[in-house]
Write a protein that binds this ligand. Structure first.
Ligand code: PLP
Length: 377
């Protein structure tokens, strides 16, 4: 099956009891034990496993062509679990992209995870700097995010996988912005592909969920599965059901997200109130060729820098009428956000930068809205 067909069919079956074509939502937390003490249908207690979670995990495994998938209550729960699943016999040193998602920086700064591991950061687009960093001490895990958020940097995934293989380190990529449709990191050799399912896979800004898809059956995957159950940061059956509904239209939505984002990036690039546009689909993006090689399209996320500073950027965010000034990305609505004021002292975003999650509205409406907002600065 090809991607679009898998997105609709994988992990689902016609309900054997009722013939329902849409998977029912199973809210039961517990399941009946047989006389001999076993659980004939394989479910015991819903924190351990339940039909909706199992369907979603099967679907995401197929979409990423992986070995298995483990889901969590949010993308951040998935991120924390991946870090903590690093087996103790591996070096407890993690090399991360310096422009990693702000929530990861917050996790490291504000919880003991940041103190328990030796976490170092590097510009992942600078492969020589990465190689030196990895060779300077034993490394257990290399953490990529591509495209990154909000600076939209592109990592050369295969090159990083080679560096990791030489060091014997696991690799993980936050594949949220690319989605399994546009980028297949496991086929490029990455060990774990992570998603905030909250974003494009769910697709409608109405659920919170995280997922990690593993390439192989490893000790780290075993830890992820055990800790999902033992620590209990699991998604609800309802959120799994919503995600399985949303993912069916992922391919159709992504085509519009990508086309709209490309048109808006081109529009902004020639606008006289715009200083710079960051979108991997523009030939002017420094890693356009790498993106072209490893992505089938360039996604719905972009950022741009207005002429001026924070005041001018906030003026644009405050005067758009169709785009919503809101955090998050990957929904059908377009969102705009001034990341520097959201991220405060942990930010790496320039003060004149606005991130746009381009939705699936009519692109001319979006362009006109941005144009009227830009004309006021
Ligand atoms: N990864 C990326 C790239 C994100 O943008 C986000 C949320 O914005 C997350 C992970 C965290 O996901 P969640 O909000 O589902 O916890």
């Amino acid at each position: 099956m090809r991607f679009e067909t898998k997105a609709v069919h994988a992990g689902r079956q016609v309900d054997p009891v009722t013939g329902a074509v849409t998977t029912p939502i199973h809210l039961s937390t517990t399941y009946e034990r047989a006389e001999d003490g076993t659980y004939t249908d394989g479910f015991m207690y819903s924190r351990g496993d339940n039909p909706n979670r199992r369907s979603l995990e099967a679907c995401l495994t197929e979409l990423e062509d992986g070995h298995d998938c483990v889901t969590y209550a949010s993308g951040m729960a998935a991120i924390a679990s991946v870090i903590e699943a690093l087996p103790p016999e591996k070096p407890q040193r993690i090399v991360m992209a310096d422009d990693m998602y702000f929530g990861v920086r917050t996790l490291l700064a504000e919880t003991d995870i940041g103190r328990r591991y030796d976490i170092v950061t590097v510009d992942m687009t600078d492969l020589e700097a990465l190689r030196e960093m990895v060779e300077s001490a034993d490394t257990g895990l290399i953490w990529m995010e591509s495209p990154s958020n909000p600076q939209i940097k592109i990592t050369d995934i295969e090159a990083v996988v080679d560096i990791a293989a030489a060091a014997g380190a696991y690799t993980v990529i936050d594949n949220t912005a690319a989605t399994p449709m546009l980028q297949s990191p496991l086929a490029l050799g990455v060990d774990f592909s992570l998603h905030s399912v909250t974003k494009y896979i769910g697709g409608h800004s109405d659920l919170l969920l995280g997922a990690v898809v593993a390439k192989d059956d490893t000790q780290m995957l075993n830890n992820l599965r055990n800790w999902q159950h033992a620590k209990g940061a699991v998604p609800s059956s309802f959120d799994c059901w919503l995600a399985l509904r949303g993912v069916q239209s992922l391919s159709a939505r992504m085509r519009v997200h990508c086309a709209n984002a490309k048109a808006i990036a081109e529009f902004l690039a020639q606008h006289d109130r715009v200083e710079a546009v960051h979108y991997p689909g523009l030939p002017s993006h420094p890693s356009h060729d790498i993106a072209k090689r490893q992505m089938s399209d360039f996604g719905g996320l972009l950022s741009f820098q207005v002429k001026g500073g924070e005041k001018e950027a906030l003026k644009v965010a405050n005067t758009v009428e169709i785009l919503t000034q809101a955090t998050s990305l990957g929904g059908t609505h377009s969102y705009i956000e001034h990341r520097a004021s959201v991220e405060k002292e942990l930010t790496r975003a320039p003060e004149n930068l606005l991130r746009v999650s381009v939705g699936i509205e009519n692109v001319d409406d979006l362009k006109e809205d941005l144009d009227q907002a830009l004309s006021r600065i």
